[in-house]
Design a protein around this ligand. Sequence first.
Ligand code: NDP
Ligand code: OAA
Length: 274
Amino acid sequence: MHLGLIGNGNIARGVLAGLSEPGAPRVERITIQVLPGQADAALKALPADLRAAFDEIKIVDTLDGLLAASPELVAECAGQAAVRETVPALLRAGIDTIVVSIGALSDAALHHDLCDSAVDGGAKLILPPGAVGGIDIINALRIGGDIVLRYSGTKPPGAWTGTPAEERLELATMDRAATFFTGTARDASAQYPKNANVAATLALAGAGFEATAVDLVADPAAPGNVHEFTAEAETATVTVRIVNRPSAGNAKTSQVTIYSVLRAIRNQTGPLVI
Ligand SMILES: NC(=O)C1=CN([C@@H]2O[C@H](COP(=O)(O)OP(=O)(O)OC[C@H]3O[C@@H](n4cnc5c(N)ncnc54)[C@H](OP(=O)(O)O)[C@@H]3O)[C@@H](O)[C@H]2O)C=CC1
Ligand SMILES: O=C([O-])CC(=O)C(=O)O
């Protein structure tokens, strides 16, 4: 199995480490696409034990380099801009692609382009649940009819640095929880591209980007990155609350997101899909 990874940050490194563990999905070759000019540094930074765990790890710094390597499956772990720049071409080339920066699909034109590219290339666009859960039942309920869903994403203030939350809150000194965004999943995932991909995942699985209501909260007492939603449909009411441990490499990203990408790789490569 030859896997392509887009990005060499927190999630990509966690995925690489996970794939080197005993019992991991069998991946022999890896091609990692980094930003232009970063290939040499990325190669030098690869720990020797990680290199030794695979038959080959190649680093490229262009989309053409990744396409030329012809991976069988690619996982995007880089951000919404990378989805726009790379994923349509990968799908058109017939390469199944896992996208973790799902908020990119809040751009309706890109959403359609990705779907058209997958059809044209005969490839699958795979959207893992990432940091959230319950996607299966939401998506099944949507088949049966309309669904009303309200999602709330709460993280410690530090996880909201570098976002528009800084314009509304004193993140460094705040001493109580504050909701700084209330709006649609479309606006949340576009305005908070590193923090609100979950809103997009729920919207795509359930009620759509406009009808999915979102609250984003900074809370100094948050026990972790907390994702909560209630979905109401004719045949079921679903309430989910997940308290995620942030990943060591990026406080904005929950650790389970890395496992979710590993699960998607396993489901694509192994005999059992669950
Ligand atoms: N679906 C979900 O539930 C979740 C999704 N995410 C998504 O995953 C993304 C990655 O998270 P994480 O790994 O923690 O973030 P990191 O910032 O640790 O890593 C992202 C890496 O990708 C690099 N990068 C950016 N653009 C490109 C590109 N076009 N090609 C190749 N590499 C690129 C960045 O480089 P540089 O730093 O130099 O810009 C950085 O090294 C987040 O931005 C978010 O969109 C995160 C959490 C949950
Ligand atoms: O990792 C998380 O907890 C969620 C996240 O950042 C996102 O939805 O983009």
